[in-house]
Design a protein around this ligand. Structure first.
Ligand code: SF4
Length: 239
């Protein structure tokens, strides 16, 4: 239980209060940015690691233009896949990783690589299935379930989202971003649908991009300053 002004808030109550304020600031509901099938979303997520959205999109389009099917990507010479995804960082690592996952999907699913069946599982089951693939962690599994046309309520935590959550005290800085997924998810109402979970992720990420900067966060104009121990301490140091 944390005291904010004269109020005592549980971590879950505080997460909801942050959500409500940031939703007002950034305009919820926020439109989903695309509607890919889950396998395409998985490949897109693997390409996106440490890469700007624009370059991820360009690499993904080049990959789809060069190879008509995911089977063709799987069976192509790795150098050709690497060439197609050249706009991303570390294409030499991502090309063999994507092909390894496509081979693993083929082995597990008897040749049918489509991941739409995940929509019949619960979110924890679907995440566990995805995270048993080589190189797939909690952020990628959540992105596949939430951002794809499956629209399942799984919470991804990117670096902006994580930084804002730590500063707000929603999670300890001692918890790495991987395990933070389960702890931050547990703060949200289990009844939330995909749009609400998506809004939560998006507003925390947008807040990190537009106000709670990595260096010199703009605490003086932050709508959740009264909920933020890091920001309040910082403002005291400034004054
Ligand atoms: S008060 Fe400052 S540190 Fe806290 S969330 Fe707002 S911008 Fe970030």
């Amino acid at each position: 239980m944390e005291t904010v002004g004269t109020l005592s808030l549980t971590p879950g109550e505080k997460a909801l209060r942050v959500h409500e304020r940031l939703c007002v600031a950034y305009g919820c509901p926020i439109a989903f940015f695309h509607e890919l099938d889950p396998l395409s979303e998985l490949v897109s997520a693997l390409l996106s690691h440490r890469t700007r959205n624009r370059d991820t999109g360009r690499a993904f389009r080049q990959l789809r233009a060069r190879f008509p099917t995911w089977q063709a990507v799987r069976d192509a010479p790795t150098a050709e896949v690497q060439e197609a995804i050249a706009p991303v960082t570390w294409p030499e690592q991502k090309a063999p990783r994507i092909q390894a996952i496509l081979r693993e999907l083929t082995a597990r699913r008897g040749g049918d690589m489509a991941l739409d069946f995940l929509g019949e599982l619960s979110v924890p089951q679907a995440r566990a299935w995805l995270e048993s693939l080589p190189g797939v962690g909690p952020k990628t599994s959540a992105a596949v379930l939430l951002f794809s046309r499956l629209r399942m309520p799984a919470l991804p935590v990117d670096s902006h989202h994580y930084r804002v959550a730590v500063r707000l005290g929603l999670i300890s800085a001692r918890i790495p971003v991987g395990p933070a997924h389960a702890l931050l998810t547990a703060l949200l109402p289990p009844s939330w649908d995909a749009q609400q979970v998506y809004d939560h992720h998006e507003v925390l990420m947008l807040h990190g991009q537009r106000c709670c900067y990595y260096q010199s966060p703009a605490c003086e104009r932050c709508p959740v300053l009264d909920l933020c121990p890091f920001g309040q301490e910082r403002m005291q140091e400034v004054s």
